[in-house]
Design a protein around this ligand. Structure first.
Ligand SMILES: Nc1ncnc2c1ncn2[C@@H]1O[C@H](COP(=O)(O)OP(=O)(O)OP(=O)(O)O)[C@@H](O)[C@H]1O
Ligand SMILES: [Mg+2]
Length: 406
């Protein structure tokens, strides 16, 4: 296919020089050139404004201004076509300056021949095409990034609204459920119930309790996801929290014939600053799981120091059991909401699969990590870390923040 001719503007205040350049252009076989002449700086500027040329050849000397100024002016006015500067003298400094200003090439008139001019124009046009392609590509990427960012915002907002909705609904269900529990409790205090009536009322009470547990889990998880859950920062003794959890669960362990033990490091007996209620919640879920999924043997809780930095302690809590254990594949996905190792386990042991998801979120809020090592049939070791501040360290840190702010 025949290439269309290229429109060239030659800006030169010397007509003879213009004619020489035009002549050279006419000797280039392909592409063909259609030339226009701008004999002055002003005429060139007017032609550039019209934006009708594919390439510009500016002489360095142009009467009232120079070619370099014209080049800068043209670029400032949004000229996209390549501009080649022609000069009478081979001056290295002007050459560098022209390149820095954005010239496509810098040619010395005395050395100019057809081949050199053709090559310079060809390279300039090719570079321009590549630049346009690159720009189009960059624009495309930018557009995609913007779309992606928008999609992420929409998805985040949808998740937030869903969590907010779940938090509201579970909160609303909690109130009547407490009514059901309270009333059933009163009913159970009635001595005149027949054995059958008592059995019904007890089943209703246990069911209501289980339902309240599920609702509490959903409420917790959705509150965390909606960013509504704040951790407390109070002084407490971690060892006491562990003992409380063990006491609460010891009945269940005893009834299954399991040994329940603990090793607590000395550091956990001193006061530390953090959220005891949430620490208790994480521990309680891990220890309840350990007892739920262990038929014989023991459950051991270990508390030690993972890292001791000046103002804070990273505490390590481990819950080890000799229960059914988990495959490596199951271990990898347990901390997602509603995930349970397998369906038959759910039917046998009950639960919603929210416990570990909540633990993961809470532990994250305590600057810690949670994980599990396990072997099917042998048992599991669930562990998590939590950053607890030393009260005097916390006081110092708060003082430093206050001083920095003032
Ligand atoms: N100590 C353990 N030994 C073996 N499997 C466990 C152990 N702890 C957790 N799992 C597996 O991980 C799953 C998820 O535990 P998670 O605590 O999240 O939920 P759940 O106990 O089933 O229900 P929920 O805690 O919401 O009442 C369990 O269903 C079980 O399959
Ligand atoms: Mg659980």
């Amino acid at each position: 296919m025949e290439r269309p001719e290229l429109r060239v503007l030659i800006a030169d205040d010397d007509e003879d020089d213009y004619l020489i350049t035009r002549d050279l252009l006419s000797q280039i076989g392909r592409p063909r050139f259609h030339t226009n002449w701008a004999p002055s700086y002003r005429a060139a500027l007017q032609a550039i404004e019209l934006n009708q040329h594919d390439i510009y050849l500016f002489d360095y000397r142009l009467g009232e201004g120079d070619g370099l100024e014209l080049l800068r002016e043209a670029l400032a006015r949004g000229c996209k076509a390549p501009i080649i500067l022609l000069t009478g003298t081979d001056d290295w400094e002007t050459d560098v300056e022209a390149m820095k200003a954005g010239a496509a090439d810098f040619l010395v008139k005395g050395h100019l021949d057809v081949r050199l001019l053709e090559r310079s124009i060809r390279y300039a046009m090719e570079r321009k095409r590549a630049q346009e392609e690159l720009l189009e590509y960059a624009n495309e990427i930018e557009r995609k990034n913007r779309d992606l960012a928008q999609a992420v915002r929409v998805a985040q907002e949808a998740t937030r609204l869903k969590s907010q909705f779940l938090a509201n609904v579970s909160h609303e269900i909690r109130t009547p459920m407490n009514g059901v529990l309270g009333m059933t409790e009163l009913l159970l205090l009635d001595a005149s119930l027949t054995v059958e009536q008592r059995d019904y009322a007890e089943t209703a009470y246990r069911s209501a309790e289980a339902l309240l547990d599920i609702i509490d889990s959903i409420l917790d998880l959705s509150k965390i996801e909606a960013g509504k859950l704040q951790l407390e920062r109070v002084d407490f003794t971690p060892a006491e929290v562990v003992q409380e959890v063990l006491k609460l669960i010891s009945g269940r362990a005893r009834s299954k014939g399991l040994e329940l033990n603990c090793h607590i490091a000395a550091e956990a007996h001193g006061p530390l600053r953090g959220d005891p209620v949430r620490l208790r919640q994480v521990l309680l879920n891990l220890v309840s799981n350990a007892i739920k999924f262990t038929e014989r043997g023991h459950v051991l809780v270990r508390v030690s120091v993972a890292e001791d930095s000046c103002g804070a302690i990273q505490m390590l809590f481990e819950v080890e059991d000799t229960g059914i254990g988990l495959t490596a594949e199951a271990c990898g996905r347990l901390f997602e909401p509603f995930v349970q190792a397998d369906g038959s386990i759910t039917r046998k042991y009950g639960g919603t699969g929210l416990g570990l998801a909540i633990c993961k979120q809470l532990v994250g809020m305590m600057d810690g990590q949670v994980s599990v090592d396990s072997e099917p049939g042998k048992g599991s070791r669930f562990w998590f870390t939590a950053r607890l501040q030393r009260p005097e360290g916390a006081a110092r840190a708060e003082q430093a923040v206050a001083e920095e702010a003032s």
